[in-house]
Design a protein around this ligand. Structure first.
Ligand SMILES: Cc1cc2nc3c(=O)[nH]c(=O)nc-3n(C[C@H](O)[C@H](O)[C@H](O)COP(=O)(O)O)c2cc1C
Length: 205
């Protein structure tokens, strides 16, 4: 298996989402010996916001792009290629102000391209990135899986929606939560990891 690990926490070794994602990847490698791991750290290698040249490049046919537009579209082409090359994608997603970090949103904005990763058909939109298994390794200071916080979780619903729109419908969200509570902090990542069962049949061989 080719595993793509998208990191969006800038906290390196202190990051719960990175620890959780690494734990999921360890389990995947145990289930699929010999799997390779490609890491894209958005904290150190971010995608820019969609400025004018970039947006124009998305909507200009390849043969008509100016050199500036060719350079602008390359980030997106590279991001999409990384996703296409992966069988399994593990996305680290800290909850920031009820949503995803802006670096992760910029990555989403670079992989969502009309005509390339999704298209509109008479029957409605169709995602074109198919056959992937995705794990979202979420981390949050509070509790969002249940209780009063649940309606403020715009991480899991958003990522599930946008990934499904692009064709990635097989998404498992794993949560290390309650990290702001001293009594939950020590065990949150391990508890989340213990809930992960790799079902080999889920992933296209
Ligand atoms: C900028 C920022 C915003 C945050 N917003 C929230 C929030 O709205 N709710 C919450 O429960 N935790 C919030 N947190 C706490 C993080 O979700 C928590 O520290 C998490 O562990 C971060 O992920 P990481 O450990 O992978 O870096 C925020 C943290 C930061 C740095």
């Amino acid at each position: 298996m080719n595993i793509l690990h998208i990191i969006s926490s800038p906290r390196k070794g202190a990051s719960a989402s990175i620890q959780l994602a690494n734990g999921i990847i360890d389990k995947l490698q145990a289930a699929y010996p010999g799997s390779s791991v490609q890491v894209h750290d958005l904290a150190t290698n971010p995608f820019p916001h969609l400025e004018e040249a970039k947006l124009q490049s998305f909507f200009t046919p390849a043969e008509s792009r100016t050199p500036e537009q060719q350079a602008a579209v390359k980030h997106s082409d590279d991001a999409i290629q990384e996703v296409k090359d992966a069988d399994i994608i593990v996305i680290g997603a800290p909850l920031y102000n009820f949503g995803i970090p802006s670096t992760l949103k910029a990555w989403v904005d670079h992989i969502a391209r009309a005509g390339i990763t999704f298209r509109y058909t008479p029957e409605g939109p169709e995602g074109l990135i198919k056959g992937k298994k995705v794990y979202v390794a979420m981390s949050s200071g509070g509790i969002y899986s249940e209780g009063p916080g649940a309606s403020n979780d715009f991480v899991a619903p958003y990522l599930q929606s946008v990934l499904a729109f692009l064709g990635m419908t097989d998404v498992t969200v794993v949560r290390a939560e309650g990290l702001a509570f001293p009594d939950l902090q020590a065990t949150a990542v391990q508890k989340a990891l213990d809930s992960v069962e790799i079902e080999a049949a889920e992933v296209a061989a």
